[in-house]
Design a binder for this molecule. Structure first.
Ligand SMILES: [Cu+2]
Length: 71
């Protein structure tokens, strides 16, 4: 089973910002991959079980950025 959540992220300046975000999200149980695109300001998270979007938004906040669920 692969679930997918997408977030709109603000506050990124360079590719390192995206790597910080992905590292933080990939620490979370249930996350199999996180891919952040600086240009589109989107983070796509793949999960092997349901994880609350709020938990991922918190991880992004821990990295120092602001996120909302994207459609
Ligand atoms: Cu940066």
């Amino acid at each position: 089973m692969t679930l997918r959540l997408e977030f709109a992220v603000s506050g990124m300046h360079c590719n390192s910002c995206g790597l910080l975000i992905d590292d933080e999200i990939e620490e979370l149980a249930g996350v199999t991959a996180s891919t952040t695109d600086l240009r589109t300001e989107r983070t796509v998270v793949e999960l092997d079980r349901p994880v609350p979007a709020e938990q991922i938004i918190e991880a992004i906040a821990t990295a120092g950025y602001t996120a909302t669920v994207a459609g």
